[in-house]
Write a protein that binds this ligand. Sequence first.
Ligand SMILES: Cc1cc2nc3c(=O)[nH]c(=O)nc-3n(C[C@H](O)[C@H](O)[C@H](O)COP(=O)(O)OP(=O)(O)OC[C@H]3O[C@@H](n4cnc5c(N)ncnc54)[C@H](O)[C@@H]3O)c2cc1C
Length: 419
Amino acid sequence: MGRLVGSAVSHWGEDPWARGSWSLIGRDGSPEDRVALGAPIGGRLRIAGEATHPTRAGMTHGAYEQGVLAAAWAADRKPDRVAVVGAGMAGLGAARSLTELGVDVVVWEARDRIGGRTAPAEIGGSGFDLGANWLQQYDDNVLARLAERLSLRTVPTDFHDPLILDGSGAGAADDAELIGAGLRDRLEAAPDGASMADVLEPWIEGLEEGAARAVRRSVDAEIVMDSGAPLSWLSARHGFEPGVGAGDRWIVGGYRLLTDHLAAGLDVRLGHPVRRIVVDADGVRLSGDAGSVRVDAVIVTVPLGVLAEDGITFEPPLPAPHRAALGRLGMGRVEKVVLRFGERFWPAHPAGYYRVHGPAVTCVSEWLDATEADGVPTLVGLFAGPWLDDLWTGDDEEIAARAAAVFTQAAGGSSDHDG
Ligand SMILES: Cc1cc2nc3c(=O)[nH]c(=O)nc-3n(C[C@H](O)[C@H](O)[C@H](O)COP(=O)(O)OP(=O)(O)OC[C@H]3O[C@@H](n4cnc5c(N)ncnc54)[C@H](O)[C@@H]3O)c2cc1C
């Protein structure tokens, strides 16, 4: 039971071109910081990407929408040539829109692939994602409409109905809806400047043991899994952003099917990290390891983590409101593993979705059963919380084996990789 025959593992926490998984609002921040970060800087520079979307941050379609918005802004300036930094969803959205508007565009991408945090992986000839997997808010998602036009196969997942695995095979789910509503009411009523921990810890400490455990599990599922950040850092009032659970479908074969389509015909320079952007009265100069280029305007779509850690030097420096926003927003860490097994050993669940709570509070993993769509026993796991420090060490095979053991033990089986 639990014979692992193939795997792939993400490393978002240490990825120099991501520096985390997705952007979040810290205790002193608000969605206004996202708006401030995306505000044009003079007439030649604009930051786009998921972090700049006030209501759809941390999602592919939010990133894409921000790229399209920035493209319209740039095209209005009647430039001859525009550069886009980054070939993730925002960068591809920007470059494609500019091309359609008749503007000459060049995309500089640091990695040797497109897609950014949609990160394709392949196991045994099947495509998976080590980053984004789902089309969220499906009914109101521009990329979902693109997936439909391309006749891509998508599979719905019900995040509200996971099977909780806790060693006995399958545990009953806590009354998640009731707890979730109580949780959200408390967070919405929190004062600005309060962290999630400020609000949640006193509440949980006042509950009797069973109720406290149920609330902690709900916090793991609703907040820790969706952020990958410490509760003491996250804004209580604004840190719980919309997205997951509002209509989710995953793309069979992976996001690559969308990104390849979006990038077709674009001038994308892979292996072109940008280190410096100089804006003057006549234009913009981008420079990096692969040389330099002069353009009339630039749209920068690199992740918030790259900007916050000065991965690119700006001359003149970014204005104070942008720098303040960078300081109040941050990146969390959620890691992913795709596991292919010789045989299916876990219980079937119609929602196709499982949760395993970790050994300590704020340690959680969620699992998608991709077996039916893939035709081979396959699980896609997401891990968040402090146990990443123990699980995500050593080489990828060791990490995959540890992740497999977590799931296998929780499902009530023994693993070939225990220990
Ligand atoms: C594990 C995980 C699971 C996720 N699951 C989902 C999901 O199911 N559904 C969903 O909607 N979203 C999900 N997301 C979030 C989603 O992937 C992102 O919000 C979205 O892809 C971000 O797009 P972007 O264009 O803003 O940034 P990115 O995709 O990060 O693109 C930025 C690009 O800039 C490049 N770059 C960085 N620095 C430089 C530089 N100096 N010079 C040149 N290029 C540079 C990067 O290599 C990258 O290609 C997930 C993310 C992760 C990590």
